[in-house]
Design a protein around this ligand. Structure first.
Ligand code: GDP
Ligand code: IMO
Ligand code: MG
Length: 429
């Protein structure tokens, strides 16, 4: 018996969706515990691509799934995503999905505020997904959020909306935006309540019961550890904790519920949006990686920035998330390169350091120190056994393990579900 947490170990888009889908065959329940529909998780099964943002990836296999209290839920997006998946033949009913009653909602005013801030000249541009994630989390910690359970209490909903708007309308006046009428928000929520309410549950209780029965829970992280609100490249981060420890409070279980942490790690590095990226290759190498790896954002369609593998940040994530093993993805994208560089440390103001400094200024000044490894001419694409890998590719993987201080448990060699090599089963650890 083991519960596994899947976390992104870089800046997101490491291939978490593919790995969660693959692992969910071995799990009894799949749980999202932070983030919202800023995530974009891709699964490819027999050539058919599924893209999930708010819904747990286990649903594609029909696995029982949960949206935990740590997630911010856009109810209109929820309905749209359920309908989109229904169009792909995946039926989502309360038999297979529950939403935590205490999850906060994302409203239209959060989306608007996200965009207003991103577009304002005075503010710091983060390059968010503009989906209202940050403003919704602000209202949660500000104790004025409308939560999923509030949809079941229409009598008191108006008073909650008025309290929320006393904050937002003051903010909007200051920004020169029109004030919001409470009735508009009330209507917005009531128009969708019937479609959400059947899914509401006491998630903390149902997960604890399942756990006590010996069921295996797979926690699906969104974003990546370098986008964590505490441990990431602040302020160029998302507004939730993305590190593995968040799986417990984000679903209502105690920390002992986590048995194994699997870090999903891309064989190179990408980032979407603004912020420091020491190994970025804004040149033909970055272009090669972006084209071969099809590095375009699932949610916003933006081109992802690409660069060499940065062992410093992944080594740091291994420690801040307590990673037991990694799933190394997209090794096939490196096929055909003459040589491959790996960042093994940084130089900061003439001194060598082996960590990512906390200050925004220092993060923008660090210069990567590279080692160069020999590339390989044979292909790894679609490999399903270790024996199919060229010797230089094996050497690259072994070197990464050594540099980051964690073993490879899974290796992914294409977007397809079955193109995966199992080295050590996280559920059997
Ligand atoms: P996530 O957000 O971590 O789930 O990752 P995304 O879905 O945003 O981005 C990962 C992309 O890489 C998707 O298009 C996947 O289909 C694709 N992918 C996943 N694993 C592999 C792999 O091993 N090789 C290749 N070539 N593509 C992969
Ligand atoms: P998955 O789960 C990559 C980035 C945005 C922006 C920053 C803040 O698919 O790996 P937000 O909308 O969250 O306030 O934006 O975080 N970001 C992601 N980047 N993958 C993601 O999710 C991301 N979710 C948010 O681009 O830089
Ligand atoms: Mg993604």
């Amino acid at each position: 018996m083991a519960n596994v947490v899947v976390v992104g170990s870089q800046w997101g888009d490491e291939g978490k969706g593919k790995i969660v889908d693959w692992l969910s065959e071995r799990a009894d329940a799949v749980v999202r515990y932070q983030g919202g529909h800023n995530a974009g998780h891709t699964l490819v099964i027999d050539g058919v691509s599924y893209k999930l943002s708010l819904l747990p990836s286990g649903l594609v296999r029909g696995k029982f799934s949960v949206i935990g209290n740590g997630v911010v839920v856009d109810p209109h997006h929820f309905v749209a995503e359920v309908e989109k998946l229904a169009g792909q033949g995946i039926s989502i009913t309360p038999d297979v999905l529950r939403i935590a009653e205490n999850a906060p909602l994302i409203l239209s005013l959060h989306r608007e505020l996200d965009a207003l801030r991103e577009d304002s000249n005075s503010g710091l541009k983060i390059g968010t997904t503009r989906r209202g994630i940050g403003p919704a989390y602000e209202d949660k910690v500000g104790r004025r959020a409308i939560r999923v359970i509030d949809l079941t209490e229409p009598d008191t909903l108006m008073a909650k909306i008025e309290r929320l708007l006393s904050h937002h309308n003051a903010l909007r006046r200051g920004m020169g935006a029109v004030e919001i009428d409470p009735n508009a928000i009330h209507n917005e929520l009531m128009s969708v309540a019937d479609k959400i309410v059947p899914f509401i549950d006491r998630v903390w209780e149902l997960l604890d019961e399942r756990r006590k029965k010996g069921q295996r829970i797979l926690f699906e992280g969104a974003q990546g550890a370098l986008l964590d609100n505490d441990h990431g490249t602040y302020p160029f981060v998302t507004s939730s904790n993305t590190v593995a420890g968040q799986a417990a409070p984000g679903s209502g279980l105690g920390p002992a519920a986590i048995d194994y942490v699997l870090g999903i790690t891309k064989a190179y590095t990408t980032r979407v949006g603004e912020g420091p990226f020491p190994t970025e290759q804004d040149n033909e190498i970055g272009q090669f990686l972006g084209e071969k790896g099809r590095e375009f954002g699932v949610v916003t369609g933006r081109k992802r920035r690409c660069g060499w593998f940065d062992a410093v940040i992944v080594r740091q994530t291994v420690r801040t998330s307590g990673i037991h093993g990694i799933a190394l993805t997209k090794l096939d994208v490196l096929d055909g390169m003459d040589e491959i560089k790996v960042c093994v440390g940084y130089e900061l103001d003439g001194k060598k350091i082996d960590y990512l400094p906390a200050s925004m200024g220092a993060q923008s000044r660090v210069k990567p120190i590279y080692e160069t490894l020999e590339g390989w001419k044979d292909t790894t694409a679609g490999a399903r056994s270790w024996a199919e890998l060229p010797a230089q590719a094996v050497k690259y993987v072994r070197h990464i393990e050594e540099l980051i201080g964690a073993p490879v448990a899974l290796l992914s060699t294409s977007p397809e579900r079955e193109d995966t090599i199992l080295v050590q089963d996280p559920f059997q650890d």
